[in-house]
Write a protein that binds this ligand. Sequence first.
Ligand code: AMP
Length: 632
Amino acid sequence: MTTYKEFHRHSIESPEQFWGEQAKLVEWQEPYTRVLDYSRPPFSKWFGGGKTNLCHNAIDRHVAARGKQTALIYISTETGEEKRYTYKQLHQEVCSFAAVLQELGVKRGDRVIIYMPMIAEALFAMYACVRLGAVHSVVFGGFAAASLAARIDDAKPKLMITSDAGMRGGKAIPYKHLVDEALKLAEHAPKKVLIVNRGLDREMALVHGRDLDYAELKKAHLKADVPVVWVESGEPSYILYTSGTTGKPKGVQRDTGGYLVALAASMKHIYGAQPGETMFTTSDIGWVVGHSYIVYAPLIHGMTTILYEGLPIRPDAGIWWKIVQEHKVSTMFSSPTAIRVLKKQDPAYLSKYDLSSLRYLFLAGEPLDEPTARWIQDALQRPVIDHYWQTETGWPLLSAMPGIEDTARKFGSPSFPVYGYNVKLLKDDTAEEVGANEKGVVAVLPPLPPGCLSTVWGDDERFVKTYFSFFPQRQVYTTFDWGIRDQDGYYFILGRTDDVINVAGHRLGTREIEEAVQSHAAIAEVAVVGVADQLKGQVPVAFAVVKDPSKVASAAQQSAMEKEVMDAVDHQLGAIGRPARVHFVTLLPKTRSGKLLRRSIQALVEGRDPGDLTTIEDPAALEQISSAVKRG
Ligand code: AMP
């Protein structure tokens, strides 16, 4: 047995030896020639020359030994459906899907945008893409048409795959309709749209010659056997868009071989899971957690994965624990917000089911506050593991790693740097390392380990500029999070260094929301800040200046305008970015050079000291913020 410390040290001191060992966990069609090529910093190329395929490693590879084992359990508490697919059946479904994609001309390197609810076909589509060497880009269903159009124009897809509708809280939510709108807005609209029709939206309109029905096309390919396309390790497997400080989302590009090895290793060393067991990740396929720990990693590890469509409290707040009992879940992965939702419900649901199969509950995506962590750990009587990562990294960066060593955990801390990550906390001005209990920017000394983003889609320069240019003194990867390390080596995350906010575990740029608010013709200027919220961690709050103040003179006018602005954000960005409040002011706090003082606004709203205001242009602006907040 090795200790965590030795394991981590080995991964940093001898990365080629370390990752060469991990690479044996997966199958290669052709061996790689070099574990790591770091000849063009900060780009790291892992397992160059090696040929492999994600779909092969997740499905085909297991068919011989695990053909009859369940690979996928699909549960929808929205439609009442429950379906199981063995590895063999899943293989057939994916081959049929891949055959349909081939018929539509999808080839290696082509992009395919998947805008789908949580249904089994969404997974078939993702696997089918990587099977053919095509690059999928899954867009979260909560994004509106304009956001979808921006992603279409960046990825320039050959094809879009969607569904008529999703379901949430018993209500159908149209997807295809949004795709129609997005395609009208996009300059690079694909010529074909493939639709998995669930029969939930009877009013769905079809565009002749463009829209195709998956069930119809599948009929000719029920027994298809589509061979996998072996791709070079560095070829992209997918693009996943994420928010930053600018309004334009970034396409995080993932490679194939590095991602595969990173995921396989993580199942063993971080999650401590065994092949044949069941993993239940409650995220959405539109997020990175869904990609890594619903779709790919559990199957790469020979486990059963659960795909759940529904809310955590419907039909009642015991539903997730019922699933754990029924399917003997060993590894569960969720988010702090979901646990805070459950905390408001009757605690009896937590002791109603037999949870003896459950080894660990992992929580990620946003800060896990101590009371929530304590509450769920006491209620489940199971270890709760906070881990910290980002869309960019693809797998955890800070975590306890019970698969290596069961180190003691501290509430509020995601423990230690994960193997492969040379994490440093650096002073934001000098880039020097901080001491124990001192605040610094969480940075990673390159090369980044396998699995992390290989670049920004179509924009190497943006990759270097965004992630490796925070410090003029040294080229390191920055997470844009503040952190501290205590005297025992435990890390604590203190919040973002930039204007990105985290709403219920979802990352949003305040700039993106501001642009959406400004899409309303009456708005002249706006500042959006993230404000602490008991349930969602943070919520966006907007302070807007209207062009014609007489339009918000009365309370009734203000509330009508607030509703209009919220609707504009729903329409432009999606309900996920809707501000919790829109306050109207006539002036925004800015520096004399015109920079918005978002941090001071945020501090005022949260009842804290607004900090250094020597550069403010007009102090009256802050008074307006204070009075707007007081008025409520
Ligand atoms: P995303 O890329 O959307 O997953 O968001 C990543 C960001 O979420 C990080 O940069 C952090 O700000 C935050 N985050 C993720 N996991 C944690 C965690 N365990 N504790 C604190 N913050 C977290």
